[in-house]
Structure formats: structure tokens, C-alpha cells
Design a protein around this ligand. Structure first.
Ligand code: FE
Ligand code: FE
Ligand code: ZN
Length: 277
């Protein structure tokens, strides 16, 4: 069965998210660990979490994806900002210790004109430091659109980061369809080749999740503007090919399309229908 969900607001807690997911036909979901702009996280509500874990077990939610605030920059120029990224990620990962099988996705960062080499160095330093803590969540680097000075604009950059982390068995990649398309990977015209390239550069064993988003912009635009499934430049047929692909269909899929819950419900139903046809 297709594992699919969408991004949900975490403001009402875990049990509320679990119920929301089930109500819209999802069997997983993604959430921000705190205000996406940074901010302080609420203390973990252990009662809510215990109720959620029972609910998840009962309703078949086996694995969920936490998303780090997108304002964190592990390769900022300012040391204080890099330390803030490290502290925030550690705090997030410490909370996730209470959730079995959790995965934690983050945007590698923007090198802010220091250059890719320095940026990659800072990101791998941060991951090496995090790994000294021995957290259990799988940490995912997200493929980025290459807007501005974003790191992770191609598979090679992600591979280089992973290679520079000493104990890297807990690292994986989350492929965002809008981002890779905007980054110049033609998942519409040649999905097979993109998957092969990912495999030869990073290795498909590292691919742990997919963000399903259509794109408002053209292949290689480096823009990162998400569109509803089938309403952008990627188009429905490419999503059909993605959710039915033998190398992808077992992965968890997460929608981050501009939608309310009803819109997500429709997209989940549509993608399930395509996957199970
Ligand atoms: Fe993201
Ligand atoms: Fe994404
Ligand atoms: Zn995006």
C-alpha cells in the first residue's frame, strides 16, 4: 500500500496530527518541529505523545517525518548562526528520541557567497558533531532547487556532504520533486535516467523519502515555487510514473503543495488511485 501523507500543522499536537492524517486518507505525515522560522519549541507533551503513539499503532501510521525549520543555516558565515543551527537540530533530535522510526529532514543550507566548498565543509562538520550525540532518528538532507546559494542543488553536493561524515549510516536523502525539477533534473522527460543518476552518485539505498510537489516553473529554473499536483510544469503523468516506479513506490511520499486539508485529501486519493491502478 502506498505510504502517503502531507505536511500538517503541529500546533495542536501529535494526536491531532495523527487524526487529521487518517481523516484525509493518509498513513503518514510531515510536520515542522517548531515554528518554521526558528523560534522556541514547546516542551514535549508526553501525554499527547503517548496517546498519539497508541493511535498511530492502531491506525497503521508506521513512520513520520519531522522537518527542521527552513531558516536554519548550517553553513552560515556567522559562527553564532551555525551554532544556533546545531543547537536547534540537537534539541529537535532529542525530542524525536520519543518517536519510534522517526526521520528528520533538513535543508543543507546556503553558503552565502562563501562558496560551495566552504559550505559543504560546515554542513558536514555540523553532522559530525550531531552524530557524537548518538541520536536515533534518520537524518535526511533535502535535494534543493539551487535558489541563490543553496547547497544540495545537485546529487554530487549531497554525496560529498555524506562522504565527509565519519559515521554516516544514519544519513539519507529526501528527494523533493519540485526542487530536483527546478534544479535541472528532467523527471518529466526522463525519470529513469534521473533515478539512475541518483543511484550512481548517491546510491538509492540513501533515498528515504520523497516530497511530492508540482512546480510553477520550468525545468532548471532554480526557483522553488510549489504547485498543486498536476497543475504545474511537472504534470500528472510524471507523478503517476513516480508513485508507480519500482525503485520509488515503497518510499513514503509527502505532499507540500499549496492546499488546505480538503485539497490534500483529493491529491492523496488521486495518487492512491494512480498507484493502485
Ligand atoms: Fe523542505
Ligand atoms: Fe520539500
Ligand atoms: Zn520547496
Amino acid at each position: 500500500m502506498l505510504r502517503i501523507g502531507c505536511h500538517l500543522s503541529s500546533s495542536k499536537g501529535f494526536l491531532a496530527m495523527g487524526k487529521e492524517a487518517i481523516n484525509i486518507g493518509a498513513n503518514t505525515f510531515q510536520f515542522f518541529t517548531r515554528n518554521p522560522r526558528g523560534g522556541k519549541a514547546k516542551e514535549l507533551d508526553t501525554k499527547d505523545l503517548a496517546a498519539y503513539l497508541d493511535f498511530a499503532e492502531e491506525h497503521g501510521i508506521a513512520q513520520i517525518l519531522a522537518h527542521a525549520p527552513y531558516t536554519l543555516n548550517a553553513c552560515a558565515k556567522d559562527e553564532g548562526l551555525r551554532q544556533f543551527a546545531y543547537d536547534t537540530m540537537c534539541d529537535d533530535l532529542r525530542r524525536l528520541e520519543h518517536i519510534p522510526n522517526a526521520m528528520y529532514n533538513f535543508h543543507p543550507g546556503s553558503h552565502v557567497k562563501q562558496g560551495t566548498e566552504i559550505g559543504i565543509g560546515y554542513i558536514s562538520d555540523l553532522l559530525n558533531r550531531i552524530n557524537e550525540k548518538g541520536y536515533h532518528a534518520t537524518i535526511l538532507l533535502e535535494t534543493m532547487a539551487g535558489k541563490g546559494t543553496e547547497i544540495g542543488r545537485n546529487f554530487e553536493e549531497l554525496r560529498t556532504i555524506i562522504d565527509r561524515v565519519e559515521e554516516n549510516s544514519n544519513l539519507g536523502v529526501c528527494m523533493d520533486t519540485c526542487h530536483v525539477f527546478d534544479g535541472g533534473y528532467d523527471i518529466v522527460g526522463n525519470l529513469e535516467e534521473v533515478i539512475e543518476e541518483f543511484h550512481s552518485v548517491v546510491g538509492l539505498c540513501r533515498l528515504k523519502a520523497v516530497h511530492l510537489n508540482d512546480s510553477m516553473n520550468l525545468l532548471g529554473s532554480h526557483k522553488d515555487r510549489h504547485e498543486k499536483i498536476g497543475e504545474g510544469k511537472i504534470g500528472l503523468e510524471a507523478f503517476r510514473a513516480i508513485v508507480t516506479h519500482s525503485k520509488l513506490r515503497e518510499l513514503p511520499f509527502f505532499l507540500e503543495t499549496p492546499n488546505d486539508l480538503e485539497g490534500y485529501q483529493r491529491e492523496i486519493a488521486l495518487l492512491r488511485q494512480m498507484a493502485e491502478a
